[in-house]
Design a protein around this ligand. Sequence first.
Ligand SMILES: Nc1ncnc2c1ncn2[C@@H]1O[C@H](COP(=O)(O)OP(=O)(O)OP(=O)(O)O)[C@@H](O)[C@H]1O
Ligand SMILES: [Mg+2]
Length: 215
Amino acid sequence: MKRGLLITFEGGEGAGKSTVIAAARTALDRRAVAHLDTREPGGTPFAEGVRALVLDPAHENLCAEAELLAVFAARAQHVWAVIAPALAIGKWVISDRYTDASYAYQGGGRGQPIERIAELERWAAFGLKPDRTFLLDVAVEEGLRRTRARGGTADRMEREDGRFFERVREAYLARAEAEPERIVRLDAGRAPEVVAADVVAEMDRLVERWRAGEA
Ligand SMILES: Nc1ncnc2c1ncn2[C@@H]1O[C@H](COP(=O)(O)OP(=O)(O)OP(=O)(O)O)[C@@H](O)[C@H]1O
Ligand SMILES: [Mg+2]
């Protein structure tokens, strides 16, 4: 049984992750690749519970350490119970956010040291790295404008200020620069169908390489 691939989608608020993930799923369906679609924080009942806690605006005094450990507690359960078993039976896993988000939000945004996050990645995420990551990069103002237009009440993260999101964006871009083979950076300021076309083209390439035993 050939192991499936883990594909993650990253980016700030309103970058268009959910929008392009729909296109990525369709691309896999068209090529009859079995896949499991999930998100972080979340993806298991326990981890969804942690998500609700972490995003609840009532916890406005949550310290950075508690937030970092909470998202990794959720991730440990998610990887162990859902992601790793799916990959092992040959399914692809598409995740709306994963470990890079911790480097961006808890690292860049909250100032938690990178080495601390890397250590958590080794043990609490079982060292599981994505095979491909799409980073949807858009100007902070534009992303926030999109989420505001979508309406609804802002969660605990969405209530942060522009400087927080600038740090998140910078941390994401630094990750992409450090790992250009894994992380595909996309200009998400373009029209949704243009961004989605880039994602689909890369997904198609990946499926071909995977079927040929090269990925
Ligand atoms: N490339 C784009 N150009 C303009 N608007 C877009 C684009 N992509 C998505 N949108 C719109 O912006 C809003 C946010 O998009 P989407 O929900 O896909 O972003 P997201 O990254 O998943 O956001 P969140 O971080 O809140 O989950 C939606 O209303 C969507 O229709
Ligand atoms: Mg989304």
